[in-house]
Ligand binder design. Sequence first.
Ligand code: A8S
Length: 215
Amino acid sequence: IHEYIRRHHKHEINENQCTSALVKHIIAPVDLVYPSLSLSLSPPYMKALLFSDLDLRYYTPFNSFGFVLFMKVWSLVRRFDQPQGYKPFVSKCTMQGDLNIGSLRQVNVKSGLPATTSTERLELFDDEEHILGMRIVGGDHRLRNYSSVITVHPEIVDGRPGTLVIESFVVDVPDGNTKDETCYFVRALINCNLKSLAEVSERLAAIHEESGIVT
Ligand code: A8S
């Protein structure tokens, strides 16, 4: 973990900023390529998927051959255009164009938070190494100069494939707040995101496992 943090989560910070990193272990594979739906998805599998209250739009990128499902931790994280696939506070996200470095997304957050919108730019994207970095460039909230990096790593938990997720951030401390308050606030939000990521991934993995399909 320390090695991963040293390698991917080093942030330059100045006097008036705070930084921190969070770690989450998920009992689901980083990469699971699901079988072709049309050929081999058994009825119980389909039923489990359809009757779970998971929103299938986010987990089923159908390809032109017909319905190869990719459900894995990284496939949720990499969708910079669809953070609502796992982030519980996001109500809507719009993005123009493809997933490229420099792409901007407009995020709306649910009511009850001290914010309504955020404009975020994709800064780092590595589909092989599983690294995604973003920077907040606008919006009506108090997180100025926020940038974050999330990395996804395979690990073995009790002899089974699992995933280690690390997310780190740096942000300005707003006027009228302390470093500790700022850090506490951001860590609480990221913690909710990572918890939700774990829940969604673990449920998808469980459905897959119950289906008995070997990939
Ligand atoms: C993320 C991380 C964070 C998002 C924060 C910290 C935010 O979307 C929320 C509340 C705010 O006050 C700021 O990766 C902002 O999503 C939930 C709107 C940016």
